[in-house]
Design a protein around this ligand. Structure first.
Ligand SMILES: Nc1ncnc2c1ncn2[C@@H]1O[C@H](COP(=O)(O)OP(=O)(O)OP(=O)(O)O)[C@@H](O)[C@H]1O
Length: 314
């Protein structure tokens, strides 16, 4: 379990993290989301005792990380995979970590195999790709078989096989009863691996809830409907006061996306007026939609195209 209470961090006049309180529970994967600069890495660093909070506390299984005698046995972390000393071999890098935490060389070989780096164990890290460094970072996090894992962007640089592997690894670790906190900007990946979400923006807590509840609460359902007679369907949608967008428009094929509607309502409307339909289905709301809606006002760094994106629900 990770417990964060009133956690605050100022860098000079800049507030990176502001009065954050949340609990990360064991047995599930908790996704830690937020736009660039939201304060995720700073929060993780404070939990790990690598940064001192300006105010508040962060504990892992009830204690401050700085107080652990063998930290790797208590909490495994992946923060910046690029920061590993390049002159060492992968095995030597892990051996050194193992020795300082009273772990065996056999465990080093075990985790090298687990992350798929056995064949590269005696190669110097400076020749490693980003994905290989990432795997090595994950090996270090797993080395002490810890009950708590904190992983900052673990899929960064991984190939599709690696992404698939980490997804299953996270789920397995949670199923074993461990506490897993993982940040990622890849919403599609998060949607597949996380059970619970903590979302922050500009250092503040925006949401702390199960994945399904988050998507339900912050995204809007839409129904997609296609007809060969758009000129007959559109007045029906207007007449029923439904909010819609025209996705495709040709005289013999119109596709509409109808907001906050039920497929049955639209099907009945069309049937009542004898308008044929070629498609009618409810579009599943995505985590990405929900996330963009919630964080629209908390995004500091926005691209031109995104800056013009209409805000849902605004
Ligand atoms: N050592 C530091 N000195 C000064 N400011 C810092 C320092 N570390 C982080 N910050 C600032 O704190 C804020 C939060 O940064 P942080 O890296 O925690 O965000 P993040 O959510 O991890 O972002 P990203 O998704 O881009 O990695 C940012 O405004 C950042 O510029």
């Amino acid at each position: 379990m990770i417990e964060v209470a009133s956690l605050t961090k100022h860098y000079g006049s800049r507030t990176a993290v502001s009065d954050l309180t949340f609990t990360v529970r064991p047995g599930r994967v908790t996704g830690f989301l937020g736009p660039n600069g939201a304060g995720k890495s700073t929060t993780m660093r404070m939990i790990l005792g690598l940064d001192r909070p300006t105010r508040g506390t962060a504990t892992v299984t009830g204690r401050r990380c700085a107080d652990f005698a063998d930290p790797l046995r208590e909490v495994g972390a992946l923060l910046d995979a690029g920061a590993i000393h390049g002159g060492r071999t992968a095995r030597n890098h892990l051996l050194q970590l193992a020795q300082s935490n009273r772990l065996t060389a056999a465990r080093v070989d075990e985790v090298l195999g687990l992350v798929g780096l056995a064949a590269a164990a005696n190669h110097r890290v400076k020749g490693f790709s980003l994905g290989m460094r990432q795997r090595l970072g994950i090996a270090a996090a797993l080395l002490g078989d810890p009950p708590v894992l904190i992983l900052d962007e673990p899929v960064n640089g991984l190939d599709p096989e690696g992404i698939h592997w980490i997804r299953h690894l996270l789920r397995d670790l949670a199923e074993e009863g461990r506490t897993v906190l993982v940040s990622s900007h890849l919403m599609s990946e998060m949607a597949l691996s996380a059970d619970h979400l903590i979302v922050i923006g500009k250092g503040r807590l925006l949401a702390d809830m199960p994945m399904a509840a988050f998507v339900d609460r912050y995204s809007r359902q839409a129904v997609r409907v296609a007809t060969p007679h758009p000129a007959d369907l559109e007045p029906l949608l207007k007449g029923a006061d439904l909010e819609y967008e025209v996705v495709e428009s040709a005289p013999d094929r119109g596709v509409f996306q109808v907001r906050d509607a039920r497929a049955a309502t639209i099907g009945d409307l069309a049937a009542g007026a004898g308008v044929p339909l070629h498609e009618l289905f409810t579009q599943r709301a995505s985590l990405e939609d929900a996330y963009l809606t919630l964080t629209a006002d908390s995004t500091e760094y926005r691209t031109g195209a995104d800056a013009q994106r209409p805000r849902d629900g605004a």
